[in-house]
Design a protein around this ligand. Structure first.
Ligand code: ATP
Ligand code: MG
Length: 433
């Protein structure tokens, strides 16, 4: 650990304190629930700061997605102070304070792992423990990017900056705190976060941080598949899926998340995988912009369509019937995919159903189309068919047929994206059987 000397100097830095009059965060922009939490902590004699994405977004004049609070109260003290709180977390404990659907996350200041010992680290440098409490001047060093490590003090409305985060906010720069190689190795999920924030905020990634991205991309393979899936959701359902995808490919991270898709893209099997994936992601962004429902199952079906279709064609060539070929290919492709990102069954199930409905859309034209329209997944399967047509597959005529059919035969039914309704229907079916 030859860097430990540098780091000690770094850790002793004094913060820059930006008084309330010199920054643009106004208390009115902070949610009532977050203010309630901050004031109750302060009035009980604890330090109470807004931290992370909310401070960053408020400084940028954006609406924060959620509000995170940092304090010197221990989880038990937080629990005592807020009857509506619950302690969560295995790797480190923090409190969720509940106000209906709104959750304010309150975490106790924690010290970073000790860099001069191997305690808390796996052999490859990843953090395995992170639960030593500390002060704000400890807490700041365990955070990821400088723009995510600014603290807004409710006591005097000042912003406390240990890491020149304010400078990076002003110059639109994503920069990892400390030595990037070391910090990315500790937690490779930060690689994905760098791309996500750069894309969402329209920031550049600082040179030394950026240099690590492609090099360390393979370390994503060591992250639990369930955690990777959580990140995939954050990256692809924030309205910037297409740009994020292009950046993930650029930094060789996409293949760590979707190896089969990456392989199809690299080899351009079928001639149009790139167009297809791009259209699917753009479709997701557009639907979110129009406040339409989106479901990860649909995007999963799209991302894995080319590898699934290729395998299904191989199966048919070996003598399987079309539906069997698709079912078998779907099983194989999904089971390989869950080794990288572990998805809940309801999403993989939707992907399978969308695939299986594709040949039925072709067949039902001459055979009971009214019945297929009643299928709970018809709408999703039809949207998928449109995507295939848009991307150059020879199904335009079929897609147009179904569009016209629905116009001529309007049916009152739940939208495919209406997860709640289809779940209710499924439960009813289960009760009946
Ligand atoms: P978003 O707008 O997506 O909520 P955010 O910055 O608030 O962005 P969160 O995932 O909510 O991101 O995390 C809150 C804060 O916790 C971050 O700003 C950062 O300071 C810290 N943090 C989160 N994940 C990590 C990580 N993997 N490594 C280090 N610090 C992290
Ligand atoms: Mg957040």
């Amino acid at each position: 650990m030859n860097k430990s000397h540098d780091k000690v100097v770094y850790l002793n830095r004094e913060p820059t304190v930006i008084p309330g009059a010199e920054h643009n965060i106004s208390r009115n922009a902070i949610s009532d629930n977050a203010l309630k939490v901050l004031y109750r902590l302060k009035n009980a004699g604890f330090a109470a700061y807004l931290v992370g994405g909310s401070v960053r977004d408020l400084l940028l004049g954006r609406e924060p997605k959620d509000f995170d609070v940092a304090t010197d109260a221990t989880p038990e003290q937080i629990r005592e102070l807020f009857r509506n709180s619950r302690l969560i977390g295995r790797r480190f404990r923090l409190a969720h304070v509940h106000y209906g659907d709104d959750i304010i996350e309150v975490s106790t200041f924690r010290a970073p792992h000790r860099i001069d010992t191997s305690a808390g680290h796996a052999v490859d440098g990843r953090i395995i423990r992170d639960n030593v409490y500390g002060g704000i001047d400890d807490d700041v060093w365990r955070r990821d990017f400088t723009v995510n490590a600014l603290y807004y003090n409710i006591a005097d409305e000042a912003v406390v900056d240990y890491v020149d985060g304010m400078r990076d906010i002003k110059s639109c720069c994503i920069r990892l705190i400390g030595d990037p190689h070391e910090r990315f190795t500790e937690d490779p999920v930060r690689l994905l976060r760098a791309v996500r924030f750069a894309t969402k905020l329209g920031f550049r990634i600082s040179g030394d941080t950026e240099r690590c991205l492609s090099e360390l991309a393979p370390s994503l393979g060591g992250i639990a598949p369930a955690r990777l899936f959580e990140e995939v959701l954050k990256m692809f359902f924030n309205g910037y899926a297409l740009q994020t995808f292009e950046q993930l490919r650029h930094y060789r991270m996409f293949g760590e998340l979707f190896p089969q898709t990456e392989e199809a893209l690299a080899h351009q099997y079928g001639g149009f995988p790139h167009t297809f994936v791009v259209n699917a992601l753009r479709n997701t962004d557009n639907r979110l912009a129009e406040n339409k429902p989106v479901t990860p199952g649909f995007l999963l079906a799209a991302l894995l369509w080319i590898p699934m279709d290729r395998l299904a064609r191989d199966n048919i060539a070996q003598g399987l019937k079309e539906m069997e070929a698709i079912m078998l290919a779907g099983d194989i492709v999904i089971s390989k995919q869950t080794r990288s990102t572990a998805m809940p069954r309801r999403f993989t199930q939707l992907a399978r159903e969308i695939w299986q409905l594709q040949p039925r859309l072709a067949r039902s034209v001459n055979r009971r189309p009214h019945r297929l329209v009643q299928h709970p997944r018809f709408r999703a399967a039809y949207d998928f068919l449109l995507l295939r047509a848009e991307s150059g597959e020879e199904v335009t005529e079929l897609a147009n047929w179904w569009t016209a059919f629905q116009q001529d035969n309007p049916v009152k039914k739940a939208h495919s994206g209406d997860k709640h309704n289809s779940r209710r229907r499924r439960r009813r079916r289960q009760r009946q059987s």
